[in-house]
Design a protein around this ligand. Structure first.
Ligand code: AMP
Length: 550
């Protein structure tokens, strides 16, 4: 028997219409580095998104399914593209501006982008790429930045403001099939070619509702969210869409992502929430320690994208900023788990341990653990296996061209369609995920596994250590052993023996203690700010690290 309910498609245009009317006075505040940030209301974003859609259709000839790329920081115009492009039936493709030039060109060509909307400040990055981007017909430039490198290039160049000026302020958004492509994002491609994940209107809509649930970020129109996580990194973790559903103001840092301006914008604009990867917060913490600021407005800080070291969580707690740890991936939209402790643990000694886990799965994400032999492992908080997930906002394949069959590599998708995350961990009986490693980063020593993350977290809790990354290196006797690479704080003097004994004191088993140690200036980072361990492994293999053996 069928239901008697209306079958209304879940569309991004609906989120835009809702946000720009019901929450029309909420704001997108963009940091400019000048005396005053730029403020634009959700109502204005609504009318300007309509104007952008008219310009893209009528002046640039963009049709349904065409890919419109953005090469942009987090700012109001980027939010307009977020809504206009999918709402008119085209596909928003957010480009990661930190990727090496060849990879960026590969991605634009693979997606066959027709239009690139770029910030003026990124013209030096874009202009040299254009001769290698045959599918790009139009470049639309927003904001400040020297335009001269774009003179004489093949694609037509337009000024964003001129393009949308005078266009009608309403657009008759089409009633699309909710399963159609809305946006795409390529994985950061640490191994092999980058892979494109294509989100649907339905997946974005459902994911945004989950972001808004109290058990996730739970923000309201009384909040202002400092969206540090880039709009090119998994849709800024869904925040632009989620905030338009609930009227949360967005504070956008544009290109001012260094610790000092971030500290200043927190003091001046008083956001109540912020979201970013741990490396951003490590930097901010050092800044706040050196130059204290009033950050008392910031009650909730969502940290994800890499494991949050306990020392970071403690330091933020001490400053009154409560960290909420979350796990996700490009393939999971990204919200997979959020670490809100269960009621029985709140106020008890268990609470901190719960907050350190990657978190609990929401209704929309099913999870299972698979052992090395393909066997299902129990949720006992002990058995470690590869995490597999399934749900309405989880990728089931990768993009392989408009008319081609999507890619379903066997190492990424199980035969029954679950996403193999490549993350290794345990799940407790009450559904809390604890990741012990990436499958490729775990150290296999004498038939046992050593978690690189455990060693890093313990090292980073030493007062002399600014950052630490541990990687597996080949060992004749044990197969692999851990190599500890350590960044010391300025003026710190701890030696390797001291650090090794410190690890033992932190509960690391004797056989897991690294005997190979090296000091480095900084941990190499990926394009989205995570530790790039493959660079360290390569440097070790090439003999470029000055390793001491204890
Ligand atoms: P990306 O697709 O670039 O966002 O990378 C996703 C990967 O980041 C995941 O598969 C994890 O390995 C890692 N990751 C994300 N969040 C966390 C977290 N809270 N703790 C540990 N690793 C994380």
């Amino acid at each position: 028997m069928l239901s008697t309910m209306q079958d209304v498609p879940l569309l991004i245009s609906r989120i835009l219409t809702h946000g720009s009317t019901i929450h029309g006075s909420s704001q997108v505040i963009t940091w400019t580095g000048e005396a005053e940030p730029h403020r634009r209301s959700f109502a204005e974003i609504g009318t300007r998104s309509a104007q952008l859609a008219h310009a893209l259709t009528e002046d640039l000839g963009v049709r349904e399914d065409d890919r419109v790329a953005t090469l942009a920081w987090n700012n109001a115009e980027h939010v307009e593209a977020y809504f206009a492009v999918p709402s008119m039936g085209a596909v928003l493709h957010t480009l990661n501006l930190r990727l090496p030039a060849e990879q960026l060109a590969w991605i634009v060509n693979h997606a066959a982008d027709r239009v690139v909307i770029a910030n003026g400040s990124l013209i030096p990055l874009l202009a040299p790429l254009l001769p290698h981007l045959p599918t790009v017909e139009h470049v639309v430039v927003t904001g400040p930045g020297d335009r001269t490198p774009l003179e004489g290039v093949r694609p037509r160049v337009h000024e964003y403001e001129e393009l949308i000026a005078g266009k009608p302020t309403a657009y008759d958004w089409p009633e699309l099939d909710e399963r159609r492509a809305a946006a795409m994002c390529y994985t950061s491609g640490t191994t092999g070619d980058p892979k494109g994940v294509v989100y649907s209107h339905r997946s974005v809509y459902l994911h945004s509702m989950q972001v808004n649930m109290t058990e996730s970020m739970g923000l309201t129109d009384q909040d202002t969210s400092l969206v540090v996580v880039p709009q090119f990194h998994v849709n800024a973790w869904g925040l632009p869409h989620a905030t338009f559903m609930t009227g949360v103001n967005m504070l956008m840092p544009d290109r001012f992502l260094q610790p000092a301006p971030l500290a200043e914008m927190i003091e001046v604009e008083r956001p109540t929430h912020a979201a970013a990867v741990p490396t951003i917060w490590q930097g901010l913490l050092a800044e706040l320690t050196a130059r204290p600021r009033d950050v008392s407005s910031l009650h909730q800080v969502t940290i994800g994208g890499a494991a949050c070291p306990p020392s970071l969580m403690e330091a933020f707690d001490a400053l009154g900023m409560r960290v909420c740890h979350a796990w996700g991936m490009t393939e999971t939209s990204p919200l997979g788990t959020v670490a809100r402790p269960p009621a029985h643990a709140v106020g008890t000694e268990e609470e901190f341990a719960y907050r350190l886990t990657q978190g609990r799965f929401p209704t929309g994400v099913e999870a299972r653990l698979t052992g090395p032999g393909g066997e299902r492992l129990p949720w006992d908080g002990q058995s470690a296996g590869e995490l597999e997930v399934r749900g309405a906002w989880i990728a089931g394949a990768y993009y392989n061209g408009v008319d081609a069959e999507p890619l379903r590599p066997a190492d990424k998708f199980s035969e029954d369609g679950w996403l193999k995350t490549g993350d290794v961990g345990t799940i407790s009986p009450d559904g809390f995920l604890t990741l012990t490693d990436r499958a490729k980063d775990v150290i296999k020593s004498g038939g046992e596994w050593i978690s690189s993350v455990d060693l890093e977290n313990a090292l980073m809790s030493h007062p002399d250590v600014a950052e630490a990354a541990v990687v597996a290196v080949p060992d004749d006797k044990w197969g692999e052993r851990p190599l500890a690479t350590v960044v010391l704080k300025e003026g710190a003097t701890a030696d390797f023996k001291t650090l090794r004994s410190f690890l033992a004191g932190e509960g690391i088993a004797k056989w897991q203690l690294p005997e190979r140690w090296t000091i480095i200036e900084s941990v190499p980072k990926t394009s989205v700010g995570k530790f790039d361990k493959k660079v360290l492994r390569r440097q070790y293999a090439e003999g470029k690290l000055d390793v001491q053996q204890l």
